[in-house]
Design a protein. Sequence first.
Length: 227
Amino acid sequence: MGITFFHRTMVKSAGKSRSLFKRRSAEGSRKRAVGSRKGMGSPTNLKNNLRQRILNILRSQKKEDILKKSKIIQEKLFAREEFQKAKVILFYASFDGEVETLEMMKQAQKLGKKIALPMILKEKKKLIPALIEDFDTLVKGAYGICCPARESSCILDVEEIDLAIVPGVAFDKNNNRLGRGQGYYDRFLSELSDTIPTIGLAFDFQLVEKLPQQQKHDVPVKKVITN
C-alpha cells in the first residue's frame, strides 16, 4: 500500500514537472517569435528589405529600357527652372542600373554648364565635388563608380554648386531618400546650404508612398524626378 501510494505520488510529480517544462518552453518560443517579428519590423530591417528589393529590380533592367526612361527624365530635368539657372551642376556617375547620367552631363556641358562629379574618399566616407571637362578622363573609383582622377582634379567648395543631382535606391512622396546604407550623400547634403536645390533622379518603381521611419542623419532632397 505504502509503495503504491509512493509510486502514484512520484508519477503525479513527474507529470507536473513535464507539464511545467512544456509551458515554459512554449512561452519561451512565443517570446522568441515575438522578438523576431519585432526585429523584422524595425526601421533598419524594413529599409534593408526595401533596399534589396529595389536593387534587384534596378539590376534586372534591360539597357535599352534604362536609356529610354533616362531620356524622359533628362527632358524633365532640363525643363526645370533650377537647371536652367544653374551654372555649376553636381551630377553623379550612374552605375548598377541607376538613372543614366553620362548623356545628361554631356548635353548639359554643351549648354554651357560646368559639370562636377563627386570623388569618393572611402576611408573617410566622404564625397568631394570636383569639376570634370573631359569625360574620357574619368577613372574607376571606390565601389567601381567612375569619378575624376584625384591627382588632376579641380576641387570645388560646396558653396560653388548651383544644383546637386542626387542618386538614391528609393524616394518617397515627401522627397525622403533611401541610399545604399553608407551615408555618403546624407553627410554631403547636410553640408549644403538650404538654398541650393537638390534633385533626386529615379525610375517610377523607385518612388514609394512612404519610406520606413527616417533617422536624424537622413537628409531629404528638394525634388524627385521620375520617368
